[in-house]
Structure formats: structure tokens, C-alpha cells
Design a protein around this ligand. Structure first.
Ligand code: NAI
Ligand code: MG
Length: 499
């Protein structure tokens, strides 16, 4: 539990970073909020205030959008060659890599995740994303197109141009990595950005802002405005001079973004919630499947949009798999993120603690039973025990709604038809897992699942080259891969008669 001492010495830069009030980055300057207000960010392992941060609001968003517009229309960014842009993005990746330990510590302190995970997942994933996108800067191409209009001869071609000024609103579950998923493709495409990190975890994006300057990315190209969603976020989504908004977060707020964007019909991309089925057939390789299924839900404390939160097991294997996953859950060591022994840290905030324990209570009220966990862990910090719920059915709130915590519901299925009906019985469609040795069956099931990603005999595999996004209410558009460039570019058709 959270009693172990923190064995890790904080990097000097981390101590510096959290000991001063953090300002926001607008037009290459670190400035206070126009209102002069600040807000606290907390250490979720203790509930104590970690740092004070300038609280951005409408006026700050206005300033940041004006800076991004100027950098886009007339600044050095628009005049830079793709090759120069790519080199700057690559340089940023190098700088982040050089500061891996520092970023991992900031992320662990602000979000609560284990430092050991931030070191091997969050920071290297961020570096990889910027490197992959740096390569795209020189490869965004149009086509030449043979057209037949009026039987004449034309030279017709398309250009892919940057969409313009982009507002990016990101969540707190992978604060630094989500910044890279958004900034990487926007910068590769030649856009200018106003980034609003989540109010729970603004620190790593602000440190990233310093490295963006150090890399030599020109002033105004990336502006970082921390603040609350209802104020700064809403102002950015509604801003009439923003050409596109990219959002990751709850489906509820995704719908608000769509409404806010309607004013100037800005382009919208959304990466929203999930309630992903993780499916185990009785012929699965159980010694590999059980830990796989367990990490599919418990990785990042279940705070993943793609968490394998609905476990479906073929009837005959149900008891064995549930027993195995429960045993895995009971072995997970909870503690503060900075303790090297910690395997699962606290949830990000008191709000999330209340939300997740509220779901557990609602589940128990409807008849669910916990084979392991089922409650808060300790009374300090925002820890929740890894939990497996049985006696659940499709109608229950815990099976239908995204919990975003270390809670998995387990339900048996009879055959593939029964399984598909249950697995697709959700408003979400982000991801799914299938565990079986029968490859034909695996592909048949994959083709029937209404989900943007299907992992077979694995889970949570992400790569900058592999598109990710949701069917149904899990979102609009695909991030990563070459698909994401469509979100940040406009296509222009050009045509002239040549006969
Ligand atoms: P949220 O959707 O409220 O927050 C995500 C981002 O949106 C933050 O930067 C926030 O400041 C901003 N935001 C909030 N309201 C806004 C508004 N009206 N206009 C513009 N921006 C706004 O998510 P929250 O409240 O932190 O978590 C609630 C639930 O959302 C979680 O329990 C989980 O189910 C889901 N969620 C899903 C995520 C994902 O990766 N798909 C990430 C975070 C939360
Ligand atoms: Mg919210």
C-alpha cells in the first residue's frame, strides 16, 4: 500500500518545475493569465497540491489563437520548407528523449502513474510519435488526376494544404503522449496550434512547451494554454478563428465540442470513450491469455479509452478465466507512482475516485459481486483496488457505461452469435480483444466486431504507424498512421486546360 517510502530522487528540473507558479505559452512568451488567476494541480498519491498553474480563460484563448493565426498566415512557419519542419519535429523528439527521466517524474507526480511505466511507455511513446510524424512532413502529397470534362485535355492535380489554426484539447490519462498524438501530425502538416492540456495534468505539456522553444519551433506555432474545460476548453472549441478542433476525452464533452464547433463549422475530430469487449474462447492459450486480459483492463489503472473493460468468456472456460484474472488482480502492488515497487498508482483525481467507487456501488446494488477488490484502497490518495465483477448482465450500468477505473465485468457466452450480440451491444466502438488459437475464428470475430481496433492474442498494442479511433460514439476520425494527416489537411483541386 502507499506506506512504502519514495526511493526516487527528483531531478533538479522537476523540483524547479513544481516549485514555481507555471505560466502559459503564448506567442513564444511565458505569460500569466489575463485574469491573473491560477489553479492548483494535485499529487493524486497524497491529495496534496503539487503546483500552481496560470488559469487560462477566454481572453487567453483569444490571445493564443491570434498568435497562432499570425504564425500561420505570415510567420516563418508558413515559409518553412517541409524538410525544415521535419527536422525541427525530429529535434523536439531528441530533446524529449534527453529529458526522459524528468518527463517520467513529472508525469508520475501529476497523474499518479508508476514512474517505471512512464519511463518505458509514456515518454518513449511520445518520442516515437514525434519521430514518425517528422518523417511525414516531407511526404504529404497530392495526386495528378486524369479528368474527362467536356472531352478536353486538362492538367488536374490536388494539393494537400494545412487546415490552418488548430485547437487541441487533451485528457489526463496520458498527458504527454496525448500532446504528441495531437501536436505531431499538426506540425508535420504545417498547422499552428493552441493546445489545452487537462486541468488535472497540465505540467508535462508546459515543460514540453519549453522544449518546443528550445528546438527552435518559431513563436506562435505552438501555444499552450492550461485551464478548465468549461472555460478555456469551451472558448477554444467555439472560437470563430479556429479552423479545426481535435479532442480526446469523454463522449459527453465530445458532443459539446461538436455543438461549439457549429458556429464557424470548424473541422472536428474526436477520440472518445469506450467499453471495449475482451473475448476469451475456451481454446485460448490460458497461461498467456489470463495475464493479457488482466493487463488489458488494469494497465494505467483502467484509465484508458480502450481498456478491455467487458470480459466475455466462453461458458466452459468462464470459472477458470475469472479465477485467473482475479488472482492476477490480487497480486498487483498499489502505491505512489514514484515508489519503484508500485505496479498500480492512484486514480488521477478525487472526482475519478468518486466516479469509480460510485460505479462499484451501483453495480453491487444491481446484484454484481466482486471476486476481488470492490472498494477504495486506504484512506489517503485516490487508490481503488483492482476489481473483477461477476453476476453482471448487459443491462447493468457497470456493463454499459465507461467506468475508467480498474474494474472489469465478466460475462459468459455460449457461441459466436451470442458473443457478437453481446460484444456489439454498446454505444461505443473503440477497441476489442480476441483470445483463441483458432485463427479462422479470430478473423471471423474480428470482422464482426464494430470497433476501430481489434487485437488478437494481445492487447494495448499501439504504434505511431497504426491508425487508432472509434466506430459509433467512440469518435470521429483516426489518429496516427497516414490517416491522421487527413485530419490536419485540406485538399485543393487545381485544374487548367492544356489543349
Ligand atoms: P472530460 O471529457 O471532461 O475532459 C477531457 C478534456 O476536455 C480536458 O482537457 C477538459 O478540460 C476538456 N473539457 C471538459 N469540458 C469541456 C468543454 N465543455 N469544452 C471543451 N473542453 C472541455 O473528461 P473528464 O471529466 O476528465 O473525465 C470524465 C470521463 O471521461 C472519464 O471518467 C472517462 O470515462 C472519460 N475520459 C475519456 C478519455 C479518453 O481517453 N477517451 C480521457 C479522459 C476521460
Ligand atoms: Mg469533465
Amino acid at each position: 500500500m502507499a506506506t512504502a517510502t519514495q526511493a526516487v530522487r527528483l531531478e533538479d528540473n522537476v523540483t524547479r518545475f513544481v516549485s514555481q507558479t507555471r505560466k502559459m505559452l503564448i506567442n513564444g512568451k511565458w505569460v500569466e493569465a489575463a485574469s491573473g488567476k491560477t489553479f492548483p494541480t494535485y499529487n493524486p498519491a497524497t491529495g496534496e497540491i503539487l503546483a500552481q498553474v496560470a488559469e487560462g480563460d477566454r481572453e487567453d484563448i483569444n490571445r493564443a489563437v491570434a498568435a497562432a493565426r499570425a504564425a500561420f498566415e505570415s510567420g516563418p512557419w508558413s515559409k518553412m520548407t517541409p524538410s525544415e519542419r521535419g527536422r525541427l519535429i525530429w529535434k523536439l523528439a531528441d530533446l524529449i528523449e534527453k529529458h526522459t527521466e524528468e518527463f517520467a517524474q513529472i508525469e508520475s507526480l501529476d497523474n499518479g502513474k508508476p514512474l517505471t511505466i512512464a519511463r518505458i511507455a509514456d515518454v518513449p511513446g511520445t518520442v516515437d510519435m514525434f519521430r514518425y510524424m517528422a518523417g511525414w512532413a516531407t511526404k504529404i502529397e497530392g495526386n495528378t488526376i486524369p479528368i474527362s470534362a467536356f472531352g478536353a485535355k486538362y492538367l488536374a492535380y490536388t494539393l494537400r494544404e494545412p487546415v490552418g489554426v488548430v485547437g487541441q484539447i487533451i485528457p489526463w490519462n496520458f498527458p504527454l503522449m496525448m500532446a504528441s498524438w495531437k501536436l505531431g501530425p499538426a506540425l508535420a502538416a504545417g498547422c499552428c496550434v493552441v493546445l489545452k492540456p487537462a486541468e488535472q495534468t497540465p505540467l508535462s505539456a508546459l515543460r514540453l512547451g519549453e522544449l518546443i522553444q528550445e528546438a527552435g519551433i518559431p513563436d506562435g506555432v505552438v501555444n499552450v494554454v492550461p485551464g478548465y474545460g468549461e472555460t478555456a476548453g469551451a472558448a477554444l472549441a467555439a472560437h470563430p478563428d479556429v479552423d479545426k478542433v481535435a479532442f480526446t476525452g469523454s463522449t459527453e464533452v465530445g458532443k459539446l465540442i461538436v455543438q461549439a464547433a457549429a458556429g464557424n463549422l470548424k473541422k472536428v475530430s474526436l477520440e472518445l470513450g469506450g467499453k471495449s469487449p475482451d473475448i476469451v474462447f475456451q481454446d485460448a492459450d490460458l497461461p498467456a491469455t489470463v495475464p493479457g486480459v488482466s493487463s488489458a483492463i488494469f494497465f494505467n489503472h483502467g484509465q484508458c479509452c480502450c481498456a478491455g473493460s467487458r470480459l466475455y468468456v466462453e461458458e466452459k472456460a468462464f470459472d477458470k478465466v475469472v479465477e485467473g484474472v482475479s488472482a492476477e488482480a490480487s497480486k498487483i502492488h498499489l502505491g505512489p507512482g514514484l515508489d519503484p515497487a508500485t505496479e498500480m498508482g492512484p486514480l488521477v483525481s478525487e472526482e475519478q475516485l468518486k466516479r469509480v467507487t460510485g460505479y462499484l456501488e451501483a453495480g453491487f446494488k444491481e446484484g454484481a459481486k466482486a471476486t476481488v477488490g470492490g472498494s477504495r484502497h486506504g484512506d489517503k490518495g485516490y487508490f481503488v483496488k483492482p476489481t473483477v465483477l461477476v453476476n453482471t448482465n448487459q443491462k447493468m450500468k457497470v456493463v454499459q457505461e465507461e467506468i475508467f477505473g480498474p474494474v472489469v465485468t465478466a460475462i459468459p457466452f455460449r457461441d459466436v452469435d451470442d458473443l457478437i450480440a453481446k460484444a456489439n451491444n454498446t454505444v461505443y466502438g473503440l477497441a476489442a480483444g480476441v483470445w483463441t488459437k483458432d485463427i479462422t475464428k479470430a478473423h471471423q470475430v474480428a470482422s464482426k466486431l464494430r470497433a476501430g481496433t481489434v487485437w488478437i492474442n494481445t492487447y494495448n498494442i499501439f504504434d505511431p504507424a497504426l491508425p487508432f479511433g472509434g466506430y459509433k460514439q467512440s469518435g470521429w476520425g483516426r489518429e496516427m498512421g497516414h490517416e491522421v494527416l487527413e485530419l490536419y489537411t485540406e485538399v485543393k483541386s487545381v485544374c487548367l486546360p492544356i489543349s
